[in-house]
Design a protein around this ligand. Structure first.
Ligand SMILES: Nc1nc2c(ncn2[C@@H]2O[C@H](COP(=O)(O)OP(=O)(O)OP(=O)(O)O)[C@@H](O)[C@H]2O)c(=O)[nH]1
Ligand SMILES: [Mg+2]
Ligand SMILES: [Zn+2]
Length: 302
């Protein structure tokens, strides 16, 4: 039978079998193990599973992935989830979010061909409104979706604003500590805490509950049903798995100018007659985003 992967912990994989309508049945989760050595199973994977006993099975194979969102740390590249429809990044102006991290998360999404939305939370605070107005001005010209909400102060309005963007999709939720990711998860998945406990119990993961990704079915009022994948927090979001070419294509302001520089192999650093650098100097490309691009270049695969 086919099943959707909800969570993985070591060789143990929690799955929701697909029903006759091809929709995952979250009410009858099956605990499966991978065969032999640890297979690379990701939350969001569709797998072929053989039942072994009621509620238990073995994973035979993984269906080809549409996409997988990755990040690198100093040691290796890790995949966060597979087969995602949308990457949602929660930011705020208070505490100020890291624009470096935001740039990296957006770039990782776009490198996979994935749409993303920046959710500016805490817009009841002037600092968040200011952040959206000034630091995200570039987004409007580049078709980057931005939604301003105040999850804690006006949950109804937040749901209404997010409904057309998130509803019906499988959403990978990311964000730095303190931005309001848990508040948003609770808005979308009111029983997230109970689901988390149950997943940890079944996987026997004990206190390691926050170290792995999980997929939650959600049916928020006034919003089409969606699936939310919550990711553990992280400090590092390395992009060393990207080639320099992939990086250039993942940054829209650079992609749209490719082929216009004097040198065809321009890296858009300090080469003469580089249209990307000129755009940043003349204010046609956000200067900070250009600097962040330059910071990532040395990390990329050659
Ligand atoms: N002013 C304001 N504060 C908010 C809002 N949403 C969340 N907060 C506060 O921001 C703080 C962080 O919220 P969380 O939801 O725990 O944020 P998180 O991103 O999950 O943070 P960690 O779990 O620490 O990684 C809490 O004190 C919340 O009460 C909001 O819309 N407005
Ligand atoms: Mg949290
Ligand atoms: Zn250039």
């Amino acid at each position: 039978m086919q099943a959707l992967v909800i969570a993985c912990y070591g060789r143990q994989v929690l799955t929701a079998p697909l029903g006759p309508d091809q929709q995952p049945d979250f009410s009858q989760p099956v605990l499966a193990v991978t065969r032999g050595r640890r297979q690379d199973v990701l939350v969001g994977d569709l797998c072929e599973m053989s039942p072994t006993s009621p509620g238990q099975g073995v994973i035979e194979s993984i269906a080809p992935r549409r996409n997988q969102v990755r990040r690198a740390d100093s040691y290796k590249t890790k995949s966060l989830a597979a087969n995602v429809d949308l990457v949602a990044i929660v930011v705020s102006g208070s505490p100020p979010c890291s624009e470096d991290l935001l740039f990296r998360m957006l770039t990782a999404a776009r490198a996979e061909g994935l749409a993303s939305v920046i959710i500016v939370n805490k817009c009841d605070l002037a600092d968040s409104r200011q952040f959206a107005a000034t630091r995200l001005a570039w987004a409007a010209t580049l078709d980057q979706a931005v939604v301003k909400v105040s999850v804690r102060h006006d949950p109804e309005a937040a749901r209404a604003a997010l409904a057309p963007v998130l509803g019906g999709r499988r959403v990978l939720l990311m964000g730095e500590s303190g931005m309001g990711k848990s508040s948003l998860l609770n808005l979308l998945v009111p029983d997230a805490a109970a689901q988390t406990q149950e997943i940890s119990r079944v996987l026997n993961a004990g206190k390691h509950t926050t170290t792995f990704a999980r997929l939650y079915p959600a049916h928020p009022a006034g919003m089409a049903a969606l699936q939310v994948i919550d990711t553990p927090g992280f400090q590092l979001f390395g992009l060393s798995y990207l080639s320099i070419t992939e990086l250039m294509h993942a940054v829209p302001e650079i992609q749209s100018r490719l082929g216009q520089c004097r040198f065809s192999n321009c890296l858009h650093l300090s080469e003469p007659a580089c249209v990307v650098r000129e755009a940043a100097e003349q204010g046609q490309m956000d200067a900070l985003r250009y600097r962040l691009y330059k910071d990532v270049v040395p990390e990329t695969r050659r």
